[in-house]
Design a protein around this ligand. Structure first.
Ligand code: THU
Length: 138
């Protein structure tokens, strides 16, 4: 995507909403969209991609992060995620762990639903007391 700086959370959510339309979710029917904002202003979208071997399904957040990483990006400022849920959709536990691995602790996670409800938390708030690379050293 372009180098456009998307200022507001609402604009990020709108991109995530568009990405959600591209979800491949024939098994759950649960469509998720995400967008990650890199520190240099670049934006990468993602949608969930399911598989007939259910466990191979990939979440929208990890698709967006994988696209960014594979383009050489390091350093993210915000990630937005949206689904058609009763309240703003939180990232699953696996995605929290991946976000924490790749992003700073102050990364903002913007959670939204199609009704326009929005909640924002840092990844640190969403995954307190995590396992991280510090535990790999004695
Ligand atoms: N899903 C995501 O894409 N992100 C999340 O954080 C929660 C779950 C997807 C995975 C699966 O394709 C569908 O939603 C139902 O769990």
């Amino acid at each position: 995507m372009g180098k456009l700086k998307y200022g507001s959370n609402e604009q990020l959510i709108d991109l995530a909403r568009q990405a959600r339309e591209r979800a491949y979710a024939p098994y759950s029917g649960f469509r998720v969209g995400a967008v990650v904002e890199c520190r240099d202003g670049r934006l990468f979208t993602g949608c969930n991609i399911e598989n007939s071997s259910y466990g191979l399904s990939i979440c929208a957040e990890r698709v967006a992060l994988g696209k960014a990483l594979s383009e050489g990006v390091r350093g993210f400022s915000r990630i937005a995620v949206i689904a058609d849920t009763h309240s703003p959709v939180p990232p699953c536990g696996a995605c929290r762990q991946v976000i924490l691995e790749l992003c700073d602790e102050d990364l903002l996670v913007i959670m939204a639903n199609l009704q326009g409800q929005v909640e924002t938390r840092t990844i640190n708030e969403l995954l307190p007391a995590p396992f991280d690379q510090s535990f790999l050293q004695k």
